[in-house]
Design a protein around this ligand. Structure first.
Ligand code: HXC
Length: 257
């Protein structure tokens, strides 16, 4: 493949992205983030792929942005690099992204996990924003996404202390969907992904888009948005097929059109 810092694989309608810089606990260099996003976009455009799974090789999902790379940075360099445009591209991926995280999931690594639509976590996963201990703060959505998930008071506690959150706590606060034993993390994630992959793809994507709006919009605006997507699905063949199959008491055959 064209990738240096990740491994990608397509199998049975699932696109896999495995972060692969294990010697530095998958510290996210800018080039690595760009590779991840490029791989996601490739899968998003590939008709064979229905769902994306992202995981990390070695001891961690990712222990944060690459500290060595940014230690000497300054604001003007950041402005000119405009590195966060790569992060912004993740929000435009239409297909479901499922994270399978284990071990250290810190800083930018946690932010990357929070970009996933669904998170499966190994019981040994540790989440946190240690940025404060470096004299900085999250910059790729951490303060926003964590707060939307767990509310202001709890988010501030984690962000200010910078201490790791156990997988159990992450489950409790709705940060992750499921906890599984580390040995079966990928297997369980794949099982879930395979179920999702059977669903009509247009419904999957328009639901994802509508749920994203629920996070951003007022209820009224979100409902208007939902309605348009609902209407739109009635122009799909899969809607005709799905309802016809129900009436004929048979299984539908969805084609993603
Ligand atoms: C660069 C990193 C790294 C990181 C680990 N490594 N995390 N390198 N950036 N974020 C490297 C270590 O330097 C070390 O390299 C190797 O990975 C193994 O790590 P150790 O520290 O030896 O392992 P361990 O003692 O088990 O400790 C694990 C750890 C610790 C607790 C996760 O590595 C750690 O505190 N890492 C930094 C976590 C962090 O602060 N993340 C937030 C970054 S800021 P060598 O060469 O010595 O073997 C951030 C901002 C995001 O993410 C902004 C938006 C993008």
């Amino acid at each position: 493949s064209n990738f240096q810092y990740i491994n990608v694989l397509s199998r049975n309608s699932i696109g896999y992205i495995n972060l692969n810089r294990p010697k530095v606990l998958n510290a996210l260099s800018r080039s690595m983030v760009r590779e991840i996003v490029n791989a996601m976009e490739d899968f998003d455009q590939n008709d064979e792929i229905k769902v994306i799974i992202m995981s990390g090789e070695g001891r961690a999902f990712a222990a944060g942005a690459d500290i060595d790379e940014m230690a000497e940075d300054d604001p003007v360099r950041f402005e000119l690099l405009n590195q966060f445009k790569d992060w912004d591209r993740i929000a435009l991926i239409k297909k479901p992204i499922i994270g399978a995280v284990h071990g250290f999931t810190l800083g930018g690594g946690f932010e990357l996990a929070l970009c996933c639509d669904i998170l499966f976590a190994a019981e040994n996963a540790q989440f946190g924003f240690p940025e404060i201990k470096l004299g900085v703060m999250p910059g790729a959505g951490g303060t926003q996404r964590l707060t939307k998930l767990m509310g202001k008071t709890k988010a501030l506690e984690w962000l200010w202390l910078g201490e790791p959150m156990s997988a159990k706590e992450a489950l409790h606060y709705g940060v992750v969907n499921r906890l599984v034993a580390p040995e079966i993390l990928l297997e369980e994630t794949v099982r879930f992904a395979e179920k999702i992959a059977m669903q009509p793809p247009l419904s999957l994507r328009l639901i994802k888009e509508a749920v994203q709006k629920a996070v951003d919009y007022s209820l009224y605006e979100g409902m208007q948005f939902e309605r348009k997507n609902f209407y739109l699905l009635f122009s799909s063949q899969d809607q005709k097929e799905g309802m016809k199959a129900f009436i004929e008491k048979r299984k539908p055959n969805f084609e993603g059109k």
